[in-house]
Design a protein around this ligand. Structure first.
Ligand code: FAD
Ligand code: NAG
Length: 389
């Protein structure tokens, strides 16, 4: 049993940012991380050619900019390097191989009780640890678990299938017939990567998506600082239509809601075209509709077509697994493990619980969340401990 002031669950960028802000205010905190490293999503669960989708000025964590010589769109490796510096600069020391199994608020003691599976033991015996803290920061991520849809026949599929979080690059798919399922940013980029590696690539596009270029997104981010979302959406869609004319001819529909309104309300990001669209237009990457069922290597699509594939990559998204371990607090997180409250009142709940990284704004939202949380805890602890007599 160990007691501290703040427990932070998760050592992703959100948890690191919060720990840094707390350390600056000398508030004791412990970061618990189930993997053996920080930023595990960036180190272990993302593909090689990934770059930050937004220019660097929108992606930094509190109190540390990217170096001036960093490229505008920081690649995955560069972001990890930035986080390495961040962790040493702010003296953040996560405890690794600690999987939080449950967190319960003890009303009488007015403390959180956190039960943790410790896998970092020398003799490989899993130990249970219990921590107590006045405050709990949920930083376990919106993308905690990869999800694969339940498709008839998938368990008997004759080829190999993986979730996009296991995809590194297309080397081993050269010369193979590969199907990417899902047309979000991961799916579109992985399809392009596979094509570059010489795989015969097809992509399932079922939902409508906005397709934009990096430059359009950058422009929109700047406009959003001055104009209402509605206006920015209108302008952005008009520009996108000029560049990506008649995408519906290739099976890609545009949603009715605007790209940034959609991002805020449903968390669905616009797709940033990395080169996939021109390959779709030239039919080097083929677009297919939804899947109906799988029979050995044959995949049957909703349009009646049957095609054989050697491999399937499911870029079908993620879910937050908060509700698996956070007991109670259902007024904070819904059944999907996503926040009920929306920006900008989202980061604080009842009984000393906070969350960071759940505002559907990617890295951009972390900085203010982390600072708000640290300041709020600071004002609460100074009162409670009588420091400000
Ligand atoms: C492929 C991909 C590309 C992306 N690109 C961008 C981008 O360019 N720009 C952008 O802003 N956002 C991007 N995102 C969104 C991205 O998820 C966030 O920006 C960022 O990584 C989220 O940080 P986080 O700290 O909230 O969560 P994570 O990075 O997911 O970190 C959460 C940590 O909590 C740990 N954890 C979870 N549950 C437990 C538990 N029960 N016990 C202990 N530890 C636990 C996890 O192991 C993980 O290390 C991308 C996401 C993906 C999947
Ligand atoms: C590529 O895959 C498509 C299925 O989408 C298939 O019809 C075609 O025959 C494949 N081409 C080659 C060269 O294997």
């Amino acid at each position: 049993m160990e007691e501290t002031v703040v427990i932070i669950v998760g050592a992703g960028p959100a948890g690191l940012a919060t720990s840094a802000c707390l350390n600056r205010l000398s508030i004791p905190n412990i970061v618990l991380e189930r993997e053996d490293c920080y930023a595990s999503l960036w180190k272990k669960r993302s593909y090689d050619r990934l770059k930050l989708h937004l220019p660097k000025q929108f992606c930094h964590l509190p109190y540390m900019d990217f170096p001036p010589n960093a490229p505008t769109y920081v690649p995955r490796k560069g972001f990890i390097y930035y986080l390495d510096n961040y962790v040493s600069q702010f003296g953040i020391t996560p405890r690794y191989l600690r999987s939080v199994e449950s967190a319960i608020y003890d009303l009488d003691a007015e403390k959180w009780q956190i039960v943790v599976k410790n896998m970092a033991t020398t003799d490989n015996v899993i130990e249970t640890e219990v921590y107590t803290s006045r405050f709990l920061v949920v930083a376990s991520g919106e993308n905690s678990q990869g999800t694969i849809p339940d498709i008839d026949g998938l368990d008997s599929y004759g080829g190999e299938y993986i979730h996009s979080n296991q995809y590194e690059n297309g080397r081993k798919f050269r010369g193979k017939d590969v199907l990417v399922v899902g047309c979000g940013n991961s799916g579109m980029e992985i399809a392009y990567d596979l094509w570059n590696w010489g795989a015969n690539t097809s992509i399932v596009v079922r939902n409508p998506v906005h397709v934009l270029t990096k430059e359009m997104v950058k422009m929109a981010m700047i406009m959003l600082q001055y104009l209402p979302c509605k206006a920015v959406d209108k302008i952005t869609v008009a520009i996108s239509k000029l560049k990506y004319w008649k995408l519906s001819k290739y099976g890609i529909q545009r949603p009715k809601k605007g790209p940034f309104h959609l991002k805020e309300t449903s968390g669905r990001s616009p797709v940033i075209d990395v080169g996939t669209i021109s390959k779709i237009k030239s039919e080097e990457i083929k677009v297919l509709p939804g899947m109906k069922c799988i029979r050995d290597k044959d995949i049957v699509f909703t349009n009646g077509e049957t095609v054989q594939f050697d491999a399937i990559i499911f870029a079908t998204g993620y879910k937050s697994a908060v509700r698996n371990w956070l007991k109670g607090s259902y007024e904070t997180f819904d059944e999907e493990g996503m926040l009920r409250k929306s920006f900008p009142y989202h980061w604080k709940g009842r009984n000393g619980i906070y969350n960071v990284g759940f505002s559907r704004r990617g890295l951009q939202g972390f900085s203010s969340d982390a600072q708000n949380i640290a300041n709020d805890i600071y004002s609460n602890t100074t009162v409670a401990l009588g420091f400000n007599n």
